[in-house]
Ligand binder design. Structure first.
Ligand SMILES: Nc1ncnc2c1ncn2[C@@H]1O[C@H](COP(=O)(O)OP(=O)(O)OP(=O)(O)O)[C@@H](O)[C@H]1O
Length: 259
């Protein structure tokens, strides 16, 4: 297998600007088939801008993005069809019943699922009892569970998740990790952003740390800990006597809170 075929996503030399401001600068990384890849970075680092460029919502100033073999510019529709994106819950119509939201998106993605199959999907996320509630009546975490199943309803090769577990209770977060791992088991890939170092260590096969629009490290979570564990700055920020991914992250990106 050639190298390119092993990758579900290739981002090469990506730059994104808003006016004169360069939010993403020459960012490159690959996500392999069957891999959960985490993009970590402080507030404003450029994570969402990177995801938006991969989704095709932002036009990059420079760089190439290949999704499942399709260039996002020259083969935009093919690239888009290989992608599942978790939408913010505010993107859904609050007045629709939950089952109708699923019906709507199954239709948009051309998934031939009848009511019984959609009810099964709701059962998987323990929301079968809410099928006839309005979407806007679900709690934030329940809405998030629905938005994840919608992102994966067409079985896409690459799923993009922007802070998928923020606001979820521990039970829902564990269930979501399991659903993300099930995507990997199908040989499909996940690119997620998170501020939870625990989440990155628990579910990500590899991570990239991005800061001020640039990738500063790419490795497995353990590989990153091993590489930096003796670095004096990492040791200095360590709080618990053993080096964690959070210690490495803070030492690499600095202690200052971002404006
Ligand atoms: N539409 C926009 N117009 C102008 N600047 C923007 C726009 N969207 C993002 N930015 C800026 O680009 C930078 C990167 O933002 P981005 O949302 O990609 O960061 P992020 O890493 O996702 O941050 P967070 O962790 O806070 O979600 C920030 O400085 C932000 O202010």
């Amino acid at each position: 297998m050639d190298k390119q075929a092993a990758y579900t996503l290739t981002v090469d030399g990506l730059s994104v600007s808003y006016g004169n401001f360069n939010a993403v600068q020459n960012v490159s990384f690959n996500v392999r088939k069957g891999e959960i890849f985490g993009l970590l970075g402080p507030n404003g680092a450029g994570k969402t801008s990177t995801l938006s460029a991969i989704e095709g919502l932002l036009k990059p100033q420079a760089g190439t993005i290949i999704v499942n073999g399709n260039n996002t510019v020259s083969k935009q529709l093919h690239a888009r069809a290989s992608l599942g994106v978790q939408l913010q819950s505010t993107s859904f119509q609050a007045e629709l019943f939950v089952i109708e939201v699923l019906q709507l998106y199954a239709g948009i993605y051309g998934v031939p699922a009848g009511k019984a199959e959609l009810m099964n999907i709701l059962k998987e996320i323990n929301l079968e009892g809410s099928a006839n509630k309005k979407f806007g009546e679900l709690s934030g975490g329940q809405q998030q569970r629905v938005s994840l199943v919608i992102a994966t309803i067409h079985n896409p090769r690459l799923v993009l998740l922007d802070e998928p577990t923020s606001g979820l209770d521990p039970q829902s977060r564990r269930q979501l990790w399991e659903r993300i791992e099930a995507i990997r088991e199908r040989g499909h890939a996940v690119l997620l952003t998170t501020h939870s170092m625990e989440e990155a260590e628990s579910v990500c096969d590899r991570i990239a740390i991005i800061d001020h629009g640039k990738v500063i490290a790419v490795d497995t979570p353990q590989g990153m800990i091993d590489k930096y564990k003796d670095d004096p700055e990492v040791v200095a920020v360590s709080r618990r006597g053993r080096i964690t991914l959070e210690d490495v992250f803070i030492a690499l990106t600095g202690k200052a809170i971002r404006s």
